[in-house]
Ligand binder design. Structure first.
Ligand code: GDP
Ligand code: MG
Length: 435
């Protein structure tokens, strides 16, 4: 039901709004949403400028459904900006060497475990290498992960030379027939020269097939600067976005891709080892759209339904307090939107309750006259409308007693419907325009 209402609403909305759509405003909202989703301001601006250009070019204003077209343009642009199709991950070579770099706490060690697990699933035989020589706990951490997924971990607790460990690990891989070596390196809390030199040295020594820069997607704007520093030094082959769980915003993905122009290869969420995903630009675009609520913003920009009012109304319907004033307000909204016959179905219960009524403006006039004859107290308290009040309403509105009674009956039926819908699972139904 909700779906049907929504799709009807969307189409109609498009039709009804052709003249109203204000691209400039919508674009401004999109920009704000992107910035809210942690996209760098400059990037957000350039992005929305392009969307604006495209939107104008595609004549959104004349489209059947401008809202949907806008969303599509935004999504396509986002997808494009993030690399279009998914990037390849190169693990050819015997062994292939994957170097993992990034700040401390970004999730390198966890990712290394996830990647090993992922590769195992691809029928590869990985070797994990603990090249973090500064924290003894780091070796243990990797070992624990390795045990969980049944992947061997190479370490040299006594050696204080990460380059040597990496080189030895590759020799070990060859003798043990491991075909992918994953080198988990040490990170610092902030970019520092010693750390950079160390990873750069490992790179030179082992000539990795892939150098993955791991970045915590929750770090927002900082992620961009870090990515740039690492890329300047390592010229990495791809980005791994970690901690993309829950409501982490995907904005960092966009900014990083834009700034260093390297593909995002994996996204990782959660601490379980099976939560590694290949990065799909279109999915991330959708995520950013959803997170920044751009879809709804675009729709909202066009909405003639007052959100506030809609929310209040929804609450009232839930509490079964829908009254004559609400009904009247809804009628006004609907009249504004035109195309009454189709729109009637969008008031919960109304479509059915007055399906026999000839739906024209005139039909509404009678109902409006009756409601207008009510006192504010009566409007807010439908239950008190007794026989004598009905008589008064009939006189006041110039409608017959039958008309008044019929309307009361319809209204009662409508409330019954709402009550029933409230009892349905998932909260029953939503009003059009509500989220
Ligand atoms: P490293 O210092 O770069 O090796 O980072 P770690 O792999 O040790 O991760 C740092 C912390 O972040 C640990 O507590 C991990 O459990 C946690 N962590 C890593 N990846 C994720 C992730 O994708 N989601 C969440 N929620 N936590 C993560
Ligand atoms: Mg670590």
């Amino acid at each position: 039901l909700t779906e049907r209402l929504e799709s009807a609403f969307k189409n109609l909305k498009g039709e009804a709004r052709i003249n109203d759509l204000n691209i400039a405003n919508t674009v401004k909202d999109i920009r704000r949403a992107l910035i809210d989703a942690d996209v760098n301001y400059k990037i957000a601006k350039e992005f929305t400028d392009r969307v604006k250009e495209k939107a104008t070019g595609e004549k959104v204003i004349n489209a059947i459904s401008p809202g949907q077209l806008m969303v599509k343009i935004v999504q396509d642009e986002l997808t494009d900006l993030m690399g279009g199709t998914e990037a390849t991950f190169d693990i050819t070579g015997n062994p292939a060497v994957v170097l993992i770099a990034g700040l401390q706490g970004s999730g390198k060690t966890t990712f290394s475990g996830k990647l090993a697990n992922y590769l195992k699933g691809q029928k590869k035989s990985p070797l994990l290498v603990a090249a973090d020589i500064y924290r003894p706990a780091a070796i243990d951490q990797l070992k624990v992960l390795g045990e969980q997924i049944n992947v061997e971990v190479y370490s040299e607790p006594e050696t204080k030379d990460a380059v040597a460990i990496a080189q030895n690990a590759i020799k070990e891989a060859k003798t043990k027939n491991k075909n992918v070596v994953i080198i988990d390196t040490a990170g610092r809390l902030a970019i520092d020269e010693a750390m950079m030199t160390e990873v750069a040295d490992i790179k030179t020594a082992v000539n990795p097939t892939e150098i993955l820069f791991v970045v915590d997607s929750m770090t927002g704007q900082d992620a961009v600067n870090t990515a740039k520093a690492f890329n300047d030094r390592l010229n990495f082959s791809g980005v791994v976005l970690t901690k993309l769980d829950g409501d982490t915003r995907g904005g960092a993905a966009l900014s990083i891709k834009y700034t260093v122009n390297k593909p995002i290869k994996f996204v990782s969420s959660g601490e379980k080892l099976d939560t590694l995903d290949v990065f799909y630009p279109d999915r991330m675009a959708q995520r950013i759209l959803g997170m920044g609520d751009i879809t709804s913003l675009v729709e909202k920009a066009q909405a003639q339904f007052d959100e506030e009012q809609a929310k209040k109304l929804e609450k009232k319907i839930r509490k079964n307090q829908f009254d004559f004033q609400d009904f009247y307000d809804q009628l006004q909204q609907i009249k504004k939107m035109g195309n009454l016959k189709d729109l009637m179905g969008m008031i919960p219960g109304v479509g059915k309750a007055i399906k026999d009524v000839d739906i024209s403006d005139d039909a509404f006039k009678g109902v409006e006259a009756i409601i207008n004859s009510m006192t504010p107290y009566e409007k807010a308290n439908p239950d008190i409308i007794n026989q004598s009040r009905r008589t008064r309403l009939s006189k006041g509105s110039g409608k017959s007693m039958e008309d008044v009674n019929a309307f009361m009956k319809q209204f009662e039926q409508m409330k019954q419907m709402m009550k029933m819908m409230n009892k349905m699972p998932m909260g029953g139904m939503r009003m059009p325009g509500m989220r």
